[in-house]
Ligand binder design. Sequence first.
Ligand code: PLP
Length: 416
Amino acid sequence: MNTRLWHPFSDMAAVDGNEFVVDRAEGVWVYDEEGRRYLDGCASLWYANAGHGRQEIVQAAMTQMSKLEAYSCFADIANRPALELADRLAALAPVDDARIFFGSGGADAIDTAVKMARGYWQARGEHQRVHVVSRETGYHGTHGYGTSITGIPPNREGWGVLAGENTVAPLHDLDGVEKVFAEVGPERIAAFVVEPVTGAGGVHLPTEGYIEGIAELCRRHGVLLIIDAVIAGFGRLGRWFGIERFGVRPDMITFAKGVTSGYLPLGGVVVSGEVAAPWWTTPGERTLRHGPTYSGHPTCCAAGLATLDVYERENLIPRGEELETPLFEALAPLLQHPYVHEVRAGFGLLAAVELEQDVLDGVPDAPNALLRGARKAGVLVRGLGKGVAVSPPLTVTTDELGLLAEAIRAGLDSLP
Ligand code: PLP
């Protein structure tokens, strides 16, 4: 054994002693300890939307940290950055009469949202509404509920009995969702949780009418709609929360990642006034007995405010849509490569290049072999089950998208 650091989602027996150590980053470029530079083709883990090395975000966090590094928001205690960030997010979110509940990342946002949905129905006297429906390929973090509702089978397996009652509906199949609703009994369903574009589950772009159809189905049956915008938000789809592109106003939205562009950990839930009402109406009636220590952490919220300032000043949010066609055009020629099964791109600044099945069968750990080949060619991409994903910072140029595609091609050519 050479290292004590256990990496998430990693084959530690293979990683141990073979770490790729990153050292610094600036804009869309990341440098290793030997000073070699790489294009950040995946915004780290879908989060560095504003790009690296933004001194104004660093300064905002440092200023807040030296004034009041942290103080809990439990009971009646608040801090100015948390109050301001909640106001700004509530004004931006496509949710009626929005309230903001903060946590530290996407997984706790999902657990919070699902507990709120269930708590809402308990408070409304519909005690049977505890079931949660999600969809194939969905990824919602690795906490209790996120593990139970994920549509990525290997992430659900190996833990024994999972938390809660859940069903995973088929991908992009409205009739399939309707069937699930009928089988479970819509009166037993608390919420439907869905990413507008699945990210970690393979970058599956929305099919015509699917998200709108889900929203209508939920409305018809009184099921709460929870949009997981942890990846989709903060410009990745060219909007603040991504779901605006479908004209849908959900009951809750989970967010994380881009809210601080990863400068500090922060996530949370946008909650509609209707869902919040049981806890916000009558003093002494009901308390939400849920909340992480760092909810409303002032330094993280100050970083969030500074990040929103960068997005607004540089008009970065629309770039996720402006660059979707250039990204598609850069990657589409890879489809001619004999090892490539599919290129999924053209909606938002994210894409997947999926390998042919015989490559996946024949090359040990082919996605990671491809990732390492692209890295050798100077670009960092992210491994998926059947290929690689790209999701560069919103500041990426079209020329750099070309470099990204060239490096993936070099990675493909390097496969045995
Ligand atoms: N939801 C989605 C859609 C995600 O992509 C992720 C992380 O990638 C999460 C939830 C979990 O977020 P975190 O890793 O911050 O807990």
